[in-house]
Design a protein around this ligand. Sequence first.
Ligand SMILES: Cc1ncc(COP(=O)(O)O)c(C=O)c1O
Length: 264
Amino acid sequence: MQVPFLDLKTQNRALKAEILPLWEEILDSAAFIAGKHVSAFEEEFASACSVKHCVAVNSGTDALRFIFLALDLKPGDEVITVPNTFIATTEAITQASGNIVFVDIDPETYNMDPTKIEAAITPKTRGIVPVHLYGQPADMDPILAIAERHGLWVVEDACQAHLAEYRDRKAGSMGIAAAFSFYPGKNMGACGEGGAVTTNDEDLAAKVRMLRDHGQAKKYYHDMEGYNGRCDALQAAALRVKLKHLPAWNEARRKNAKRYFELL
Ligand SMILES: Cc1ncc(COP(=O)(O)O)c(C=O)c1O
C-alpha cells in the first residue's frame, strides 16, 4: 500500500464547506488585498500564539527577512543560527546584510545546542536564531539567558512550529520576534503562499507592516523602501478556518507520532 507523505486533498475536501463561502464573499467584494479577513486572522493568530502583534506576510521567508531588516542589521553584523534548517533561515540573514555564524545541533533534539553558543559569540554578534524544527521548540531558556547576558536579541524561526509549546510558553512568543510559514505543506498551510511575524514589540511590528507594503504606513507615503510582501485575503480567510482546527490536528499528530515511536 502506498501511503502519501502528505495528503492535502483529504484536508481540503473536509474544509471546502467552510472555506468556499468566505472565498465567495471575497470574490463578490473584490477586496483581495488586506481587508477584514487579513486583520481578523492577524488578531486570531496573535492570540493563539500569546503575543500582542501578528503581521501577516506572503511567506515565512519574507517574515524572517522583514524581521532582520526591521532589526537594522548592518554589513558585518553576525547572527548565530543552526545549519540544520531550511535555507530560508540563512537566506533571510544574508539578504538583510548579516553574516551567518553556525553553531551545531544537539543530536538528541536536532535543534540548536545551547552549550555551543557562547564560543560563537564575537563583538560583532547581534542575535541568535533558534529554529523550532519539526514542531519541536529549541531549548529556549538557556538560549534566552545567554542572549540576555550578552545583550543580543533572539528571533525564533517558528516556521515549522505553529502552536508548539515550550514549558507553557507558545513558540513565537519567546524572542523579540518570530517567523511563521504557511506554505501548504506546513502544520497549518495556506492554499498558496503565506507567512506571519509575531512579536510583543510594537515598533518592530509597525516596521514589519511597512516593509511588507513598499515602506508605506499611509497609502503613497513611502517613508522608506520596502517590498511587496502582503498576505492576500483569500489566504487569510482559509487560514482563519484552519486555525480553528489546528489544536486538534496537532494533537492527532502527537498521537500518531507516539504510535510510530512505540511500534518502531
Ligand atoms: C525552518 C523554516 N524556515 C523558513 C521557511 C520558509 O518559509 P516559506 O517557504 O513560507 O518561505 C521554512 C519553510 O519552508 C522552514 O521550514
